[in-house]
Ligand binder design. Structure first.
Ligand code: FAD
Length: 288
């Protein structure tokens, strides 16, 4: 398949990109790594009139530590983030998750920001960014705003981004010392989109769970936090009985897609099996 005809612009200035996005006469899409957008265009699932290629913008390809957070720019590629010592040191969960995300060729071009804006419900990073409490910096011609990762995802391929806005940076707070984490996924093969991804962080204070955060993808129309299960977990003892109970409640609470090769019930079973493993791993990683 070939995409429908489109105009192509490749500005070297962020203001020019934002001006084009603000021009409501022409339906415009940003082209970052092209690893999701171009297949969508080839299948005619997307048909923008104009592509604005952001790959020549200066100063957006960075991963750097700032005051208490790591900032990742719009042109930082999955491959660079996967290989980043800074990311591996502060967010080992991200490095582990990247083993499951696409293949080297795709990761060499695809960007974290493009991945979040694409908002595939089976994508891993939207769940991780919610558990890690990331803030997304969004720019338009008239100014910038910040959106929490938790508020960013609306539904399948849908975010709160307006058509005149661009995601310029993701800020991920450096977790408090003693925070444990867990990540588990089941997919057809490593590199395929998830059937079920489960991620969590927590601390253990005087034998009780504190500040639990759990997110899932692949089991709904967007990656979500499991707020009710987090509330139950807070203050509980980190035992397998508690983890099993939380997992059963989580499996009953989600509303997975029911598609031919993988049923909603099977995805619920995956969540019920993976969540106790994730919580046990997180508890065992808590620094003494
Ligand atoms: C074979 C294959 C396997 C894959 N497997 C996985 C997987 O297992 N898990 C997974 O999560 N992903 C997977 N992907 C998708 C991959 O992660 C993409 O890189 C990612 O989803 C999109 O990033 P991109 O930079 O390529 O964005 P693009 O494809 O360029 O853009 C995607 C969308 O986001 C918009 N956009 C891009 N950047 C911005 C921005 N800065 N601000 C506003 N809007 C923006 C675009 O307009 C478009 O609508 C796979 C892709 C392929 C081809």
């Amino acid at each position: 398949m070939k995409p429908s005809a489109f105009d192509y612009e490749c500005p070297t200035d962020l203001n020019a990109v934002l001006a084009m996005l603000g021009d409501t006469e022409t339906e415009t899409s940003i082209l970052a790594g092209g690893q999701s957008l171009v297949p969508m265009m080839n299948y005619r699932l997307a048909a923008p009139e104009r592509l604005v290629d952001i790959n020549r913008l200066p100063d957006l390809d960075y991963i750097r530590e700032d005051a208490g957070f790591v900032a990742i720019g719009a042109l930082a590629r999955h491959g660079e983030i996967k290989a980043s010592e800074l990311v591996g040191r502060h967010f080992p969960m991200m490095s582990e998750a990247y083993d499951w995300i696409a293949h080297a060729a795709v990761r060499n071009r695809g960007t974290l920001c493009g991945n979040l804006c694409h908002a595939d419900p089976a994508s891993e990073m939207p769940a991780l960014m919610q558990v890690l409490d990331a803030t997304l910096v969004v720019a338009k011609a008239t100014g910038t705003r910040e959106v929490t990762a938790q508020d960013f995802f609306v539904g399948t391929y849908e975010t709160v981004l307006e058509s005149d806005e661009m995601l310029t940076e993701v800020r991920i707070p450096i977790p408090e010392a003693g925070t444990g984490w867990g990540f588990e996924e089941v997919a057809m093969r490593k590199g395929d989109y998830a059937w079920c991804t489960v991620v969590a962080t927590l601390r253990v204070v005087e034998g009780r769970i504190a500040a639990p955060r759990i997110a899932v993808s692949g089991v709904g129309d967007a990656a979500i936090r499991l707020g009710a299960q987090e509330e139950t977990l807070a203050g509980a003892e980190p035992t397998s009985a508690v983890f099993e109970e939380i997992a059963a409640a989580a499996a009953a609470a989600v509303n997975p897609p029911n598609v031919e090769h993988i049923s909603a019930d099977y995805r619920r079973d995956l969540l019920r099996s993976l969540l106790p493993r994730v919580l046990s791993a997180a508890a065992s990683r808590v620094a003494a």
